[in-house]
Write a protein that binds this ligand. Sequence first.
Ligand code: C2E
Ligand code: MG
Ligand code: MG
Ligand code: MG
Length: 277
Amino acid sequence: AAKAQGLHGYRFFTASMNERARAQRRIETALRQALPRRELSLHYQPKVDAQSGRIVGAEALLRWHANGRVQYEPDQFIPVAEDTGLILPIGAWVLRQACKQAQLWQLRGQPVAVSVNVSPLQFQHADFYSWLDGVLKETGLAAHLLELELTERMVMSGGDATTDLLQRIKQRGVRLSLDDFGTGYCSLSYLKHFPIDALKIDRVFVRDLTSDRDTATITSAIIAMARSLNKLVIAEGVETREQGAFLRLAGCSQLQGFLYGAPLPAAEFQKLLGEPA
Ligand code: C2E
Ligand code: MG
Ligand code: MG
Ligand code: MG
């Protein structure tokens, strides 16, 4: 396509590529300092039980602040962290931090399962399992209070080795869910082969549920099929009461989204839990 635009178009294309590369390098340079400078933190977003409305879990989401303001959004800096390998030390910090926090809530008598996003690079790492096991031992967190959020591509692309790894993680007692479900290429019929506990229906489905009939039909079908395969279904990006009601009736087990609470710093999230009994 660049060639078809002629020399001028091609030059323009190159210039914008350079601009993009420069922006990536700016993020990379700053990101290398972010961890030692303690600019990264985790926010926690409530996941509520669809029936009772009670908080049953929290998704840990990475935030980057410096000098009192947001540096970059996760959708900007996580791809750079993945391209540069920085996601390995950052992801290691995230898991340890999230497990420590969940262990603290457990000790307060307010157990909250914590969900941690795992990037493909971490998951492909040869030592992933023993590292995960080590973090659980070090922090003392009960394995059933940890959930790893993987993506369809990570689970689909790896063959037998991936299935074995998923099996070992599940045997360790850690829960597994597929994030952003419906946006990748995982066919539902494949799902029964993988020891995945839950699917998270992507926000694009939730967004259009109450305005587009086809989306509503597809979403209901995904939920029904997932349930018939004994998978829990979690909806993300729930913003309106109508969306919440639809998803509850369609059979979602857990709901997550601004309607129930935005991602918050740990201390503020803890206030949502109320005083321990
Ligand atoms: P995700 O795992 O699918 O996380 C859900 C995203 O949706 C979060 O964006 C969350 O803030 C946002 N969200 C939650 N409720 C609503 C809602 O009602 N409406 C809308 N419009 N958005 C909502 P965030 O925090 O910007 O993170 C974006 C993505 O960055 C995440 O998507 C995840 O893929 C990645 N990410 C975040 N933290 C980590 C991390 O610690 N490690 C890795 N590997 N990836 C992370
Ligand atoms: Mg997620
Ligand atoms: Mg998601
Ligand atoms: Mg996402």
